[in-house]
Design a protein around this ligand. Structure first.
Ligand code: C2E
Ligand code: CA
Ligand code: CA
Length: 724
């Protein structure tokens, strides 16, 4: 059976009804007057009517208000465009109980007579009217709307998430267009939204690349990811402005297909800064620990090793089998105290640093060069073929002048060298031997090195023994005073005695040239000086009281003058002994003025104000020139015996003596000549108008109980001179 258009056969009525009922969509035949002529089971289900209830009724009853003209419009459209595609319409249907529901309605025109009365139900009242004109297919879409709502909700959730995340997100399509981004992305990269509207990624990339610290690496990475659509990456991107981003990139997939790429950026600057700070803190800690460690082994001023390192290394060296030599070179700067006192501690430090530098240079092969403290250094040599040569080099190198604080100084040092010999000795013994040798080098005149010799030990023991003895000398009454007369040729008499300290010990007499410097060094000179002064005043007081023009001279060391109470103490002592201050003369050497401070000058001024006088002892042997004399607070100069001893026959021309005397006189000072031993000398000096004379010619220094003999001897000598 072919229809009128010849398009196939119409199925048998029974079969046709079955097929209609099998359709999942509601199918309705609508007649030209709008009545339902055919309905299938799905239609009955959808609208809540029985098929019989539907057939014969107007179809508008199953459409919601506002949609009741839709079917007519559909039919009209189908009629006007028989070959066109007429899309389904969104309508609202209505069930028997009045419930409206969304649906999709599609239709097709039925040629007249093509469709028999459907098997399922058919309006058979009126054959012509019952001919369906339109086959309407209705599909409920409530389920689809629910899905749409879910989608919308999911979308809004996604958008909210994207916008609230701290990460910046950019989605690029596979074609290289911007497919999506969030606000955070714009803020983080400082990108204006306009840029992203462009068709190409170029402008965005330019802004991005301009900001990263390493544009080349960044671009390479991006290109690499573009080549391989499925690649994922996780990188750290540093910015020129100091920020750091973590950058994730992964493909965007729809099903299996890769449609683009998602970039996600996270600002990790605070985290990185915290990490950096933590790292820096760790480094600082490590550095501090290293510094502490170094401080335990290093002399902070010179950077040399310290005593602990030296001791350890020496002990280790001595434990080694006897294959090599071990030499200890101990050295101490000469007169370093003066550098500190005169130029200040900074200059002293500079000097020590320079010495350390030179030492390292002289002994590059040394096992250890250490500073033991103060101005004492030590060099340890093992397996050195010629330690003496190194020692000599050190002495020579150190003596090269150096400019410190604008002053040219010539450092010098005394070095003691001790070596491991046939007898094995311990570390401390070796160091002690080097110390003894160094001391011997100082005693031998400084600026030299001496190798340890056992004889030095004996000398040291004597010295140590002497030191111990001197400590007790005053309390044991071993310190006494001898007096030597000073005569005035003009007056023809003794007018002054000089008090000279004596130390009798174990039946022998230790010369003052030995025990006075020792007392100065070990801090005993104050005690001894005071004792001499007290004994001298006490013993000479009766002689002094007979004639106010007589006086007593006592020697005063520079160390004593450093005591701020010195002048007071002298005046108190004088008062106690009943000796007026004006009968006192204090003999000081030129060296006390070398680095004279105000305090020292004040001591001397106080004494001179009280009437005492000051004599400059050993004049001519020190540094001061004649020109400096006028600045010094002195009343008398004592010409040293070395000048006096130049006079032998009395006929020689000695301008130095005459100019000394003339100069002193022109400054209003009196002159005493020391060490006068011969008549020729006495005559010569008298001829030069020297004011007073002292020496063996008149008398040896005598103890107080032999004062009369001394006086008598001196006066006899004087009258002999006069008689010539
Ligand atoms: P000085 O102050 O220059 O004392 C003079 C020294 O020359 C004394 O030596 C004396 O005995 C010696 N003498 C005197 N006449 C002659 C002579 O005609 N020919 C020679 N060759 N020598 C003569 P002395 O007693 O051995 O004292 C040495 C130094 O010790 C003194 O030199 C002085 O600097 C110091 N001295 C002595 N007693 C004291 C003291 O109580 N305190 C201080 N600070 N120093 C003292
Ligand atoms: Ca003297
Ligand atoms: Ca003298």
């Amino acid at each position: 059976m072919t229809d009128s258009w010849g398009r196939g056969k119409i199925p048998a009525p029974q079969t046709f009804g079955t097929i209609l009922d099998a359709s999942p969509d509601a199918l309705l035949g609508i007649a030209a007057d709008g009545r339902i002529t055919v309905a299938n089971a799905a239609a009955a289900r959808l609208f809540g009517y029985s098929i019989d209830d539907l057939v014969g009724r107007d179809h508008r009853m199953i459409l919601a208000e506002g949609f009741r003209g839709e079917v007519d419009q559909l039919a009209a459209q189908l009629l006007s465009e028989p070959d066109g595609h007429v899309p389904p319409r969104e309508i609202y249907g209505m069930t028997r109980d009045g419930t409206e529901f969304p649906a999709e309605a599609a239709g097709s025109l039925i040629p007249p007579g093509a469709m028999p009365g459907a098997g399922c139900a058919q309006d058979s009242d009126d054959g012509a009217r019952a001919q369906p004109r339109l086959l309407l297919s209705v599909r409920g879409t409530s389920h689809r709307q629910a899905a749409d709502a879910d989608l919308r909700e999911a979308m809004s959730l996604l958008t909210a998430t994207l916008e609230s995340t701290a990460d910046g997100i950019l989605v690029m399509s596979a074609e290289g267009r911007v497919a999506g981004f969030n606000d955070q992305f714009l803020t983080m990269w400082n990108i204006s939204p306009e840029l992203l509207k462009e068709d190409s990624e170029e402008p965005v990339m330019r802004v991005i690349v301009a900001q990263v610290a390493d544009p080349v690496a960044f671009t390479a990475k991006v290109n690499e990811l573009e080549e391989d659509l499925s690649a994922e990456s996780h990188d750290v991107v540093d910015f020129k402005d100091g920020r750091t981003f973590e950058q994730y990139s992964r493909p965007q997939r729809v099903g299996e297909k890769i449609v683009g790429r998602v970039w996600s950026f996270r600002d990790v600057t605070p985290r990185r800064k915290a990490q950096e700070q933590a790292h820096q803190a760790m480094l600082d800690l490590a550095a501090q620990a290293e510094k502490l460690r170094a401080m335990a082994f290093q002399d902070p001023l010179t950077g040399l090793a310290n005593r602990a390192v030296f001791n350890d290394t020496l002990s280790e060296a001595l434990k080694e089998p006897r294959l090599k030599t071990v030499d200890v070179l101990l050295l101490d700067l000469d007169d370093f105290k003066e550098v500190n006192d005169i130029l200040g501690h900074q200059a002293g430090d500079d000097m020590l640093i320079e010495v350390a530098r030179r030492l390292r240079g002289c002994a590059p092969s040394a096992d250890v060069v250490a500073r033991l403290g103060g101005d004492e250094f030590v060099v340890l040599l093992t397996a050195c073929p010629d330690a003496d040569a190194i020692a000599e080099c050190i002495v020579r190198c150190l003596h090269v002048p150096v400019t410190i604080k604008g002053t040219v100084l010539q450092p010098s040092l005394s070095l003691g060298l001790a070596s491991l010999g046939r007898d094995s000795v311990g570390a401390s013994e070796l160091l002690r031997q080097a110390d003894i040798a160094m001391y011997a080098a100082k005693a031998a005149g400084k600026n030299r090195f001496l190798r340890f010799h056992p004889d030095m030990m004996t000398a040291l023991m004597q010295r140590t023994h002497m030191e111990g003895g001197l400590q007790l000398a005053v309390s044991r009454g071993e310190i006494t005073v001898d007096f030597q007369p000073i005569v005035s040729h003009r007056m023809g008499q003794v007018f002054k005695f000089e008090a000279l300290a004596r130390w009798d010990r174990d039946g022998g007499r230790v010369p003052p040239s030995v025990f006075i410097p020792l007392a100065e060094r070990i801090g005993l000179i104050r005690e001894i000086g005071t004792e001499v002064m007290a004994l001298g005043m006490a013993q000479l007081a009766p002689w002094l009281s007979e004639d106010p023009s007589r006086s007593l001279a006592v020697n005063v060391s520079g160390v004593q003058l450093q005591d701020p109470d010195f002048a007071e103490a002298v005046l108190r002592l004088a008062e106690k002994s009943g000796v007026p201050a004006y009968q006192l003369v204090l003999e000081v050497t030129e060296s006390v003025f070398f680095d004279a401070d105000c305090s020292l000058i004040r001591q001397l001024s106080t004494l001179r104000d009280a009437g005492a006088r000051v004599a400059l002892d050993d004049f001519g042997t020190g540094y001061s020139s004649l020109g400096r004399l006028q600045d010094l607070p002195v009343d008398t100069v004592k010409i040293d015996k070395t000048f006096v001893s130049m006079v032998r026959t009395g006929n020689e021309r000695l301008p130095i003596l005459s100019s000394m005397i003339n100069m002193a006189h022109s400054l209003g000072l009196t002159v005493t000549a020391e060490g006068v031993e011969t008549v020729e000398q006495a005559d010569y000096l008298t001829a030069l108008d020297c004011d007073s004379l002292q020496g063996y010619l008149f008398s040896l220094p005598q103890p107080g109980r032999r004062l009369d003999q001394a006086l008598q001897h001196a006066e006899e000598a004087l009258s002999r001179l006069k008689g010539r």
